[in-house]
Design a protein around this ligand. Structure first.
Ligand SMILES: COC(=O)C(/C=C/C1=C(C)CCCC1(C)C)=C/O[C@H]1C=C(C)C(=O)O1
Ligand SMILES: O=C(O)CCC(=O)C(=O)O
Ligand SMILES: [Fe+2]
Length: 365
């Protein structure tokens, strides 16, 4: 069942950030100005290798020698345990298709506002053009325009929100989504293997997986020190695939050891992150890590995000194989549809939605 908002939500006027940018005002509307504690520190994090998220060579998993396979599986395991993020190179998705999705997404965002507003994201919902996860008039806003669509299964789609311009948008998004779905399915097999589980564990458990796409456009901001492109959050999915636009500014940051670490884009690579579902299923062994986006004074930025999650119908909780004396059960069992409802009814707020599933103990963090 698709999540539906329960009561009318008053969110006040939400400025479109591209229009603010066009107006060339140096003054940032107060709703975008973050409280001190939330403002991004723009000091450079050293570019040393300890601050680079791991890179997985997918071709070594698919067709590498036995040694290459084992060493890449071991790297995958460390990445999921210690980072919750990794970049995949040689993923096999046609590079022309990556370029095409970027082009249609960019062409969409560059349309006049009236055209984009034909596909409005209603308050309290997550599909269409606008700002998702806004629930009150005093909530801070992100310096970002979003366009999100449910992809699979078809009942989550709202056909009225699929744009007619650019003309090839839907065709490219369908093709891209098929490819990213396949990538997620393969990755889940390798993730299962890395946990010592049967490679089909997740596929068998997930039923007909839910897939959604979100395009985020961050125009340059005259005061990047005051705003956030996207509020800190973990993803409610099982896996997320994130494509960073070519030649964009660095904008994605992940929270590691209490430091916001920037993700340096690698040309043609895809960023993968572990979502809340895998954290729960692995009883916290693999982590869904908090991340956010920051903006740049001169450069805009585009990201194209695929969320891959289990069917709304399934019940899930930590897998018994991953619960033991040293790692006692941290999450209760719940229905993924309920979790989705919870996720889309709250503002993005770090890893807060996971409290829904956490078993509270005296020393829970
Ligand atoms: C930051 O996360 C999201 O925007 C998001 C939204 C996904 C969705 C759509 C854009 C339309 C269809 C419904 C759905 C909620 C999947 C994240 O997706 C995650 C969150 C949950 C929960 C999930 O299943 O995927
Ligand atoms: O734009 C980015 O890099 C982050 C996007 C993201 O985290 C999301 O859409 O969930
Ligand atoms: Fe995210």
């Amino acid at each position: 069942m698709a999540p539906v908002p329960i009561s009318p939500i008053k969110v006040g006027h939400i400025n479109d950030v591209q229009e603010l940018r066009k107006a060339k005002s140096m003054v940032i509307p107060q709703r975008f100005v973050r409280d001190m504690a939330e403002r991004p520190t723009l000091a450079r994090v050293p570019k040393s290798s300890s601050y680079n998220i791991p890179v997985i060579d997918f071709s070594k998993l698919l067709k590498g020698s036995k040694d290459e396979f084992h060493s890449e599986i071991s790297k995958l395991s460390t990445s999921c345990e210690e980072w919750g993020f990794f970049q995949v190179i040689n993923h096999g998705i046609d590079l022309g298709l990556l370029e095409s999705i970027e082009k249609v997404a960019m062409d969409f965002f560059m349309l006049p506002l009236e055209e984009k507003q034909k596909y409005p994201m209603a308050p309290g919902t997550v599909q269409g053009y606008g700002q998702a996860f806004v629930f009150s008039e005093d909530q801070k806003l992100d310096w970002c325009n979003m366009f999100a669509l449910g992809i699979e299964p078809h009942f989550i789609r709202n056909p009225k929100l699929w744009p007619t311009k650019p003309a090839n948008f839907s065709e490219i998004l369908e093709e891209y989504s098929r490819e990213t779905r396949e990538l997620c399915q393969k990755l889940l097999k390798f993730i299962a293997t890395s946990l010592g589980l049967n490679q089909d564990t997740f596929e068998e458990m997930f039923g007909v997986a839910v897939q959604a796409a979100r395009m985020n456009y961050y125009p340059p901001c005259p005061r990047p020190d005051l705003v956030l492109g996207l509020s800190p959050h973990s993803d409610g999915s099982a896996l997320t695939v994130l494509q960073q636009g070519k030649g964009n500014s660095v904008g994605l940051q992940i929270l590691k050891d209490n430091t916001w670490v920037p993700v340096q884009p690698i040309p043609n690579a895809l960023v993968i992150n572990i979502g809340d579902t895998i954290e729960v299923l692995t009883n916290g062994q693999y982590k869904s890590v908090e991340h956010r986006a920051v903006t740049d004074k001169e450069k805009d930025r585009l990201s194209i995000v695929t969320f891959y999650a289990p069917s709304y119908e399934i019940e899930l909780g930590p897998m018994p194989e991953l619960v033991n004396e040293n790692n006692p059960c941290k999450y209760r069992r719940y229905n993924h549809g309920e979790y989705s409802k919870q996720y889309v009814s709250n503002k993005l707020q770090g890893k807060k939605t996971l409290d829904f599933a956490k078993i509270q103990t005296n020393n829970s963090s």
